[in-house]
Design a protein around this ligand. Structure first.
Ligand code: NDP
Length: 448
C-alpha cells in the first residue's frame, strides 16, 4: 500500500530531516483504518502526494547589525498544501530552524488547519536568525530584510503567514510594514497584526486559551472538571502564559512555567498578578528566575517541570521537550491528561509510553489549533474590512475547539480506536484532518 511506500521514500530522500520523518510517521500510523476504508486514496496516491510540499522557497537574508557589520541568515517558506485554502502557517525565528523543522511544522499545519473546519491550507516558514540579545533596531532591520525576500512568495489570497517562536506582535508589525511599503497594498497578508491596523482581538490569547478549552472538553468527556486540578505548564511564551492564564481563570492550580534556563515551581499556584508580571518579564527579555524574589516559590535551574506531582500537563515550549524519561516521570507523578500547546512536544517514544498508560492525550494539531483558527477569522475580518468584538471571537473559538474535540472523539469511536472510554484523540484528529484534505485531493483528480 502506498502509505508504507511513502514512508520508505521519505526516509530515503530526506534521511537528513529527522523531525519531518517523525511527523510523517506519526500521521501515517494512525490513519490506516481510514485509508483502508477508502481505496480511492490509495489509487490516487494521496498520502504519497501529501508528504511532498507543493514547493519550498529558500532565500538569503542580508541585514546590518548595530555595529554596521553585515549579517547573513537563511530564510524559507514551505508551501505545503493549498487543497483547502490559501497556505497558512507561522514564521519561526530561532537558531534551530532548518528545512526539516519547517517541513514538520508545515506538514502538521495541513491537518491542523483542516481540523478547524475553516478554508485554509498548510504552510510554514522562518529563519535561523536568533532574536535573543538583539536590539530593537536589529530586530527591525532583520524583519524588513526578511520580508523584502518573502514578499515575492506571499499574498492575501495565496499564502498568509503569521507568528510563531521568536515572532510576536512587534516582528509581525515590522514585516507587515515592509510588505505594504513594497506592494502598496493594504491587505491582510500576515496575521497577528496589531489590533487597530487589521489584527483580530483575541489572537494573542487564542492558542493558549484554545488549548484549555480543548482540555475542558476532554475532562467533560470523562465527567471531570478542571476545578482544583494541578497543572504543569512548560514555556513562558505566548502559548504558555495564555494557557496558564485561562486555566487559572477557570479554577485550575498552575504550578509551573519554564524557559530554556529552568522552571519556576510555585506550589501556591499562579494568579493573575503573577501571570501579568511574567508577561512583562518575558516581553522585556528579563530572567524568569527573578520570579522567586518577587513571589517566592522555587527556581529549578536547567530543569523541566515534569518531576512535579500534578493532574495535567500542558507542554507549550517547543518540539521534543518530553522524551520517554520525562513521560515516565509524568505518569509516575499522577498526570492523567497531556494537552499539547506546542507543536510535537512529545517524542514518538513518549507518545507510545503515555498512550500505553492510558494518559488522555491531545495532540498539538487538535489542541493548539485555536491560534490558527483565530488567524483565519482575522483573514475574513480583513477581507470584509470589519472587526469583531473579543466576545464574538472568543465564542467562535470555544465553538471551534469543541468541534475539533467532538469530531476527533467521533472518528476515534467510528474507526474502533476508543477503548472502554479511553478516547484516542491522536488517531481521531489525524483521521478527521486527513480525510478533509484527502477528499479534496480526490475531487481535484491528480492536480494538487
Ligand atoms: P514563544 O517564542 O512566545 O515562547 C516559547 C517559549 O518556549 C519561551 O519561554 C522559550 O524560552 C521556551 N523554549 C523555546 N525553546 C525551548 C527549548 N529548547 N527548551 C526550553 N524552553 C524553550 O513561542 P510560542 O509560545 O508562540 O510557541 C510555543 C510553541 O507553540 C511552539 O511549538 C509553537 O510552534 C507552538 N504554537 C504556537 C502558536 C502561537 O499562536 N503562537 C500556535 C500553535 C502552536 P526562552 O525564552 O528561554 O527561549
Amino acid at each position: 500500500m502506498s502509505i508504507s511506500k511513502a514512508i520508505e521514500k521519505v526516509e530515503a530522500r530526506y534521511a537528513h530531516q529527522p523531525e519531518f520523518i517523525q511527523a510523517v510517521k506519526e500521521v501515517a500510523i494512525t490513519i490506516k483504518p481510514l485509508y483502508d476504508a477508502h481505496p480511492e486514496y490509495d489509487k490516487l496516491k494521496v498520502f504519497e502526494r501529501l508528504v511532498e510540499p507543493d514547493r519550498v522557497f529558500g532565500f538569503r537574508v542580508n541585514w546590518e547589525d548595530d555595529n554596521g557589520e553585515v549579517q547573513i541568515n537563511r530564510g524559507w517558506r514551505v508551501q505545503f498544501s493549498n487543497a483547502l485554502g490559501p497556505y497558512k502557517g507561522g514564521l519561526r525565528f530561532h537558531p534551530t530552524v532548518n528545512q526539516s523543522v519547517l517541513k514538520f511544522l508545515g506538514f502538521e499545519q495541513i491537518f491542523k488547519n483542516a481540523l478547524t473546519g475553516l478554508p485554509i491550507g498548510g504552510g510554514k516558514g522562518g529563519s535561523d536568525f536568533d532574536p535573543k540579545g538583539k536590539t530593537d533596531s536589529e530586530i527591525r532591520r532583520f524583519c524588513y530584510a526578511f520580508m523584502r525576500e518573502l514578499h515575492h512568495y506571499v499574498n492575501k489570497d495565496m499564502d498568509v503567514p503569521a507568528g510563531d517562536i521568536g515572532v510576536g506582535g512587534r516582528e509581525v508589525s515590522y514585516m507587515f510594514a515592509m510588505y505594504k511599503n513594497l506592494t502598496r497594498e493594504s491587505t491582510g497578508v500576515i496575521t497577528g497584526k496589531g489590533v487597530g491596523f487589521g489584527g483580530s482581538l483575541m489572537r494573542t490569547e487564542a492558542t493558549g486559551y484554545g488549548a484549555v478549552y480543548f482540555l475542558q472538553n476532554m475532562l467533560a468527556a470523562q465527567n471531570e472538571s478542571i476545578e482544583g486540578k494541578k497543572v504543569l505548564v512548560s514555556g513562558a511564551g505566548n502559548v504558555s502564559l495564555h494557557a496558564a492564564e485561562k486555566a487559572t481563570l477557570i479554577g485550575a492550580i498552575v504550578l509551573t512555567v519554564s524557559d530554556s534556563k529552568g522552571t519556576i515551581y510555585d506550589a501556591k499556584g499562579l494568579n493573575q498578578e503573577k501571570i501579568d508580571w511574567l508577561k512583562v518579564q518575558k516581553d522585556q527579555h528579563k530572567p524568569l528566575a527573578d520570579y522567586v524574589e518577587v513571589f517566592g516559590g522555587e527556581w529549578m535551574a536547567d530543569q523541566k517541570p515534569w518531576s512535579i506531582k500534578a493532574d495535567i500537563a500542558i507542554p507549550s515550549a517547543t518540539q521534543n521537550e518530553i522524551n520517554e524519561e520525562d513521560a515516565k516521570l509524568l505518569v509516575d507523578n499522577g498526570v492523567k491528561y497531556i494537552v499539547e500547546g506546542a507543536n510535537m512536544p512529545l517524542t514518538a517514544e513518549a507518545i507510545d509510553y503515555i498512550r500505553l498508560h492510558r494518559v488522555h492525550y491531545a495532540p498539538g494539531k487538535a489542541a493548539n489549533a485555536g491560534g490558527v483558527a483565530v488567524s483565519a477569522l482575522e483573514m475574513s475580518q480583513n477581507s470584509v474590512r470589519q472587526y469583531q468584538t473579543f466576545e464574538q471571537v472568543d465564542e467562535r473559538l470555544q465553538g471551534i475547539m469543541k468541534d475539533i474535540h467532538d469530531s476527533s472523539a467521533q472518528a476515534s469511536e467510528m474507526y474502533g480506536q476508543t477503548d472502554q472510554g479511553y478516547i484516542d484523540y491522536m488517531s481521531g484528529a489525524n483521521m478527521v484532518g486527513f480525510k478533509r484534505v484527502a477528499d479534496a485531493l480526490v475531487a481535484f483528480g491528480i492536480l494538487n
